[in-house]
Design a binder for this molecule. Structure first.
Ligand SMILES: C[S@@+](CC[C@H](N)C(=O)[O-])C[C@H]1O[C@@H](n2cnc3c(N)ncnc32)[C@H](O)[C@@H]1O
Length: 341
């Protein structure tokens, strides 16, 4: 079964998104927040309202912590290659509070304890990161829909690669919202989240155009990574960024701006109608003005969410990979990020 998991505020929109993408297919609703199809042949691209994707998911019934750990061990041994690194995403998708988190903690302990005693090499190849999917690593996802039930998806490394545009590198797709009191605003966390989703960070000496840059949190992230930034807005940035040696400020309209030469990154957080932001990202991608991009799309209401379907269709042939997602750092926005062919 192919499953998507979404949070309660996204679930109705995810259901509509799946209906539009697969109009003739029967949709499965095996547990609250979990929506699926019996299978899909290959990665059909990201679902903007899915928090996480579980390809090849199976239903698990496990009455005890030990039963969870045993079933996970069996699946790891059967489905992952002996020597490959792997990631473990184990998360509760039910209830409020800490009970589910505690249960997952105990399941994890029991699993690791069992591996230590009987499958030590599997334990050694467990990759510690829960905010990146390393190239060449497999992925084991166990999402609990209740204390004694849930879904398990085990992807060997080549399958992780095949599904990469739909997979979020954090358990249950829950990306912790970053904070930095020195940043000009909380918008800071959106760009950090986009980098995690894409699995790429802005790097030293890279060139960046930041459209709709004021007061400057995205520019702040980019210069802190060592990049050179051209920041475009009608309003100036915070004073220290206006005077920063690697920032050039251009006062003007983001939609009229064209770079003198292609850049490494387009980052854009302009407040505009969705059609305008969608048009902007497609224009930059078609013209090859940036090798990578992160662009937010802001909505006034859910009636506009359908517009993301067209964006996905248009971007697919133009990009080596792209992601499209509602952000954990701002539930009212979608963010599209990608790497151009
Ligand atoms: C959400 S704020 C950007 C926050 C910024 N990313 C940061 O991290 O500080 C949106 C910005 O878009 C700018 N903006 C809106 N329309 C614009 C346009 N047509 N051209 C340039 N900037 C525009 C606004 O002035 C505002 O500063």
């Amino acid at each position: 079964m192919h499953l998507w998991w979404s949070t309660a505020d996204s679930e109705p929109f995810l259901l509509q998104e799946i209906h539009r993408a697969f109009p003739t297919r029967d949709i499965l609703r095996p547990a609250p927040g979990f929506i699926g199809l019996d299978s899909i042949p290959s990665d059909s691209g990201p679902m903007a309202f899915a928090a996480q994707t579980l390809p090849g998911a199976r239903i698990i019934a496990a009455p005890s912590i030990r039963a969870w750990a045993d079933q996970l061990t069996d699946a790891i041994v059967a489905d992952l290659p002996e020597d490959a690194p792997w990631h473990l995403h184990l998360a509760p998708c039910y209830g409020q509070g800490s009970a589910g988190l505690n249960r997952c903690g105990f399941i994890r302990e029991s699993l690791l304890d069992g591996l230590k005693r009987r499958r030590r090499h599997r334990l050694r190849s467990l990759h510690p990161s829960t905010d990146s999917l390393q190239p060449g690593a497999g992925l084991v996802q166990a999402l609990l829909s209740a204390p004694d039930a849930g879904f398990l998806s085990v992807l060997p490394p080549d399958t992780v690669d095949a599904w990469r545009s739909s997979l979020v590198p954090c358990p249950a797709g829950d990306i912790p919202v970053a904070s930095d009191k020195s940043a000009p605003s909380r918008a800071f966390s959106k760009l950090v989240e986009a980098e995690i989703r894409l699995g790429r960070r802005i790097g030293p000496e890279q060139t960046v155009i930041d459209l709709g840059a004021s007061p400057g949190s995205w520019t702040y992230v980019a210069v802190n990574r060592g990049a050179r930034v051209m920041s475009v807005d009608r309003s100036p940035l915070r004073d220290d960024l206006m005077g920063h040696p690697r920032v050039t400020f251009h006062q003007g309209d983001a939609f009229q701006f064209a770079p003198a030469a292609p850049v490494d990154w387009l980052i854009c957080d302009v407040i505009a109608a969705p059609d305008r932001s969608i048009g902007l990202v497609l224009d930059w991608v078609r013209r090859g003005w940036a090798r990578q991009f992160v662009v937010t799309i802001k909505f006034k209401g859910s009636a506009e969410y359908e517009k993301l379907d067209g964006l996905k269709r248009e971007l697919a042939p133009l990009c080596r990979e792209f992601r499209l997602s509602r952000l954990c750092a701002n539930r009212n926005e979608a963010c599209v990020m990608g790497i151009i062919r």
